[in-house]
Design a binder for this molecule. Structure first.
Ligand code: FES
Length: 149
């Protein structure tokens, strides 16, 4: 059974624009009707559920797309295939937990302090110089890698 973009949008809770974007970046795919309208296999809903799960654990769409590349493109993933994929996401979840735990502990130290000391506050970032190192909480990551800083 094939779904129109409106039906898929309704069932998945995503806008048609989002679905078109997901198709553009190869997260999902469609065929075309005789009238050149998009038609999606019903199992696209399962694939969208995988995308939502990946986003929920903090993966980028590019990372999710890379993971989906290991899944079949002509049918819904089986339970075993999903297990392989979810296991591969486990290390990402563990790294996020460690990062957030460190952030929580750093915040605990800063709450009520307010010194924003250049020498000792791990959260202070004058002039946003850490942005040159890339996106995300760079000072926290640096503190994780070198606890003596
Ligand atoms: S605000 Fe004082 S150590 Fe962060």
């Amino acid at each position: 059974m094939l779904l129109t973009i409106g039906e898929l949008s309704h069932r998945a809770g995503l806008s048609p624009a989002t679905l078109r974007y997901y198709e553009e970046i190869a997260l999902i795919s469609s065929t075309r009707s005789a009238g050149r309208h998009r038609r999606y296999p019903r199992w696209t809903l399962r694939r969208l559920a995988v995308v939502a799960a990946g986003q929920r654990i903090g993966l980028s769409l590019a990372q999710i797309r890379q993971s989906l590349a290991d899944l079949p493109t002509d049918r819904a993933p089986t339970r075993a295939e999903w297990s392989v994929l979810s296991a591969s996401w486990r290390s990402h979840v563990n790294a996020r937990i460690a990062e957030l735990t460190t952030l929580r502990d750093e915040l605990d130290g800063c709450v009520g302090c307010g010194c924003l000391s250049l020498d000792r506050c791990p959260l202070y970032n004058p002039g946003d110089e850490a942005a040159t190192e890339g996106p995300g909480a760079r000072l926290i990551r640096r503190a994780q890698m070198d606890p003596s800083s």
